[in-house]
Write a protein of this length. Structure first.
Length: 401
């Protein structure tokens, strides 16, 4: 029967800013794990760790319950505690700074480049200077936590050199950057290979490049740090050499940060598709770059450093809302009305009430400029090329461009 005059086309599906890609073989892998002997603390965890470390080129990988747990374990394994300092960029998720507070360390916030949102050698140098004066003077700086925001790679060699000069190590906060590569001195380094840091931290939250629901991974090239992180993941328990098989000891306090075999089964299945996921994200990013060019300078993609070949987890545009004669809230609502989701990554952590109460107000102009302009648009592997056209058209209309 032909449509009546009152009928209209079905609405297009809503495009969230990010989502998981779960396929039939992922479901089959989870089902097989449910039928296996171990639901947790079994061989699938070790298999996931082995596959992951091979993929990123690290010597050790430790799978844990979630991304925040990876950072907490890194702090514990490095012996960071009361009286110590950690430096973190202000443009990041809360966990980057919170992990230092979990162990009693204080946080010094570094500014970021306003075009990329990344900690830079210049902003780290300024933060190191502040860390050596004022209320923090005399405290030891133990760790610097660069964040590979959106998937772009920080200048790791330069950051490591500055950190080492202050007696600190790098801990890469890399949940956005699985599959990203940084090329330094002509050598390509997959994020997580451990060439410049004591630890790299990953998350497998559903909107990340690889999804296990919840879950995370630490990578390192230091066998002693890996062993300590593994022990701390399981209540701090160790099995003394030569003791009866039931004997365990707890020389220090640890946590229950184990990850179930079921989630690791999903992780193994997802990891086998990582190259495909990364290729699709890069193709979609290239389409966005082409289509967004027409909206410049009012709206443009966040910038990527020359050394960074990112597998973007977040597709962030920087918008001059004032020049467009509108507000971010109005744009977010207009996009939503057109079936397009968006998000803001991130509210600078130094402005959060907890940290303002603890450290007072800070002037970090790069972070504030980033926050004033940033908006994250949809990006995930199952998007069609036409979805990019749809998103950019919706953005143009929302900005009256």
């Amino acid at each position: 029967m032909p449509p009546s005059a009152g009928d209209s086309a079905a609405p297009l599906p809503f495009l969230p800013y990010g989502r998981q890609t779960i396929e039939d073989d992922d479901v089959a892998a989870v089902a097989a794990a449910l039928r296996a002997d171990f639901l947790t603390t079994g061989p699938t965890v070790e298999a996931f760790e082995a596959a992951f470390k091979r993929k990123v080129g690290a010597e050790h990988a430790i799978a844990v319950a979630n991304g925040t747990a990876t950072l907490h374990l890194a702090m514990l394994a490095l012996g960071i505690g009361e009286g110590d300092l950690c430096i973190a960029p202000s443009v990041t998720f809360l966990a980057t700074a919170n992990c230092a507070r979990y162990v009693g360390a204080e946080v010094v916030f570094a500014d970021v480049d306003p075009g990329s949102g990344l900690m830079t050698p210049e902003t780290l140098a300024e933060a190191l200077k502040r860390a050596g004066s004022g209320p923090f003077g005399g405290r030891r700086i133990k760790a610097v936590l660069p964040v590979h925001l959106r998937g772009d790679v920080c200048d790791l060699p330069a950051l490591r050199e500055l950190a080492a000069g202050a007696g600190a190590v790098l801990v890469e906060d890399a949940p956005h950057a699985l599959g990203s590569v940084g090329t330094f001195n002509g050598v390509a380094h997959p994020v997580g290979d451990g060439a410049f840091s004591s630890f790299a931290s990953f998350s497998f939250h559903p909107v990340k490049t690889l999804a296990t629901g919840e879950g995370g991974m630490l990578t390192t090239n230091d066998a002693a740090l890996a062993a300590r992180a593994r022990s701390l993941r399981g209540h701090g328990m160790v099995r003394p050499a030569g003791a009866e098989p039931w004997v365990y000891e707890m020389p220090e306090l640890g946590f229950n940060y184990r990850i179930p075999d079921v989630l690791c089964a999903l992780g193994i299945s997802q990891l086998s598709k990582l190259d495909r996921f990364v290729a699709r994200r890069r193709a979609l990013t290239a389409l966005y770059a082409e289509k967004l060019a027409a909206l410049a300078p009012t709206a443009r993609l966040a910038t990527s450093p020359a050394w960074s070949d990112p597998a973007l987890h977040l597709l962030t545009v920087l918008i001059d809302f004032e020049a467009a004669g509108t507000s971010r809230r109005a744009v977010v609502e207009a996009l939503k009305a057109r079936g397009v989701g968006s998000q803001v990554h991130y509210i600078p952590v130094h402005t959060q009430p907890y940290y303002q109460t603890r450290y007072g107000a800070l002037d970090l102009p790069g972070a504030e400029a980033w926050y004033a302009r940033c908006l994250t648009l949809p990006l995930y592997p199952t998007m069609a090329d036409g979805d990019v056209d749809r998103v950019v058209e919706a953005l143009a209309k929302s900005l009256s461009l």
